[in-house]
Design a protein around this ligand. Structure first.
Ligand code: SF4
Length: 221
C-alpha cells in the first residue's frame, strides 16, 4: 500500500469512528456510571495497574458500592478493601495504598482530593499516568494519560519515538494538539485492545494503515 503523510487529525477521526461500537476504556465506563470524582478516578486507576480492564471495572464497581469518598474509604478496614478488589493484581498492596490515600486525605486535605499533580503523586502507588488521568478526566485539566496502549500505538504510528511511557508523555505534550490530550487515552485503549493489539496487530483491516509507519511490527493480521 502506498503510504501518505501522517495527519493526526485524520488519524484521530478514523480511530474515533472505529472504536465507537467497542466497550469504552474502564475509567470512561466509570464516568458514564457517575463515578466522576478525582478520588474515584484515581482509586480506579490504581486498581487497574497491571490488571485487565474488565476485571478492574468490576473490582472498582464493587469497591465504590461500599465506599466512594475518602471518609467512607478510610472507615473500611484494609482487609475489607482487599476483599472487594481481590481479583486485581497486587490487591493487598493496593488495598493498603487506597486506605492510606483515604486516611491522609482526611488528615491533610479535609477529605477532598485536590486537583494537584504534586499532591496526587505524593501518595503511595500513584504515578504520573494515574495522576494525569484523574486530572484530565475528573478535573477537566488538559493532561495526557499515557498507558501501555498509548505508548505502543503512537510509537508504531511513528508519531513518537520513545522508549518509555514517561518519555512518550513528554513528546506528546510537545506535539499533540491540546484538544486530544484527554481523548487520546479514551480512544487508544479500545483501539489497542481490539485492533492495534500488542502481538500481531490487525493491520490489514486497520483504518489508519495508509498513514502508519508500523514501527516494530514484525507480524500482523
Ligand atoms: S496499521 Fe497496524 S500497527 Fe499501524 S495502527 Fe493499524 S494495527 Fe497498529
Amino acid at each position: 500500500m502506498q503510504k501518505r503523510a501522517f495527519d493526526i487529525d485524520v488519524v484521530m477521526h478514523r480511530v474515533r469512528a472505529v472504536v465507537e461500537p467497542l466497550p469504552k476504556a474502564m475509567l470512561f465506563e466509570l464516568v458514564d456510571a457517575g463515578h466522576t470524582s478525582p478520588f474515584e478516578i484515581l482509586v480506579a486507576c490504581l486498581i487497574s495497574v497491571r490488571t485487565r480492564d474488565e476485571t478492574s471495572l468490576r473490582m472498582a464497581q464493587q469497591l465504590f458500592a461500599r465506599a466512594r469518598t475518602p471518609a467512607a474509604m478510610a472507615g473500611l478496614a484494609i482487609n475489607e478493601i482487599d476483599g472487594l478488589i481481590y481479583k486485581c493484581a497486587f490487591h493487598l498492596v493496593k488495598a493498603e495504598q487506597i486506605h492510606t490515600l483515604a486516611s491522609l486525605l482526611l488528615e491533610e486535605h479535609g477529605g477532598e482530593l485536590p486537583c494537584s499533580f504534586e499532591v496526587m503523586t505524593s501518595y503511595p502507588g500513584i504515578g504520573p499516568k494515574c495522576a494525569n488521568l484523574a486530572l484530565g478526566i475528573a478535573c477537566g485539566e488538559p493532561k495526557i494519560g499515557v498507558d501501555i496502549h498509548v505508548h505502543r500505538i503512537t510509537n508504531r504510528w511513528g508519531y513518537v519515538v520513545s522508549r518509555t511511557p514517561e518519555e512518550t508523555m513528554r513528546v506528546l505534550e510537545k506535539q499533540l494538539p491540546r484538544h486530544y490530550w484527554v481523548e487520546i487515552n479514551a480512544l487508544l485503549v479500545p483501539f489497542g485492545k481490539h485492533i492495534c493489539t500488542p502481538v500481531s496487530p490487525r493491520c490489514s483491516t486497520c483504518p489508519v494503515l495508509d498513514m502508519c509507519a508500523q514501527v516494530g511490527v514484525t507480524s500482523q493480521r
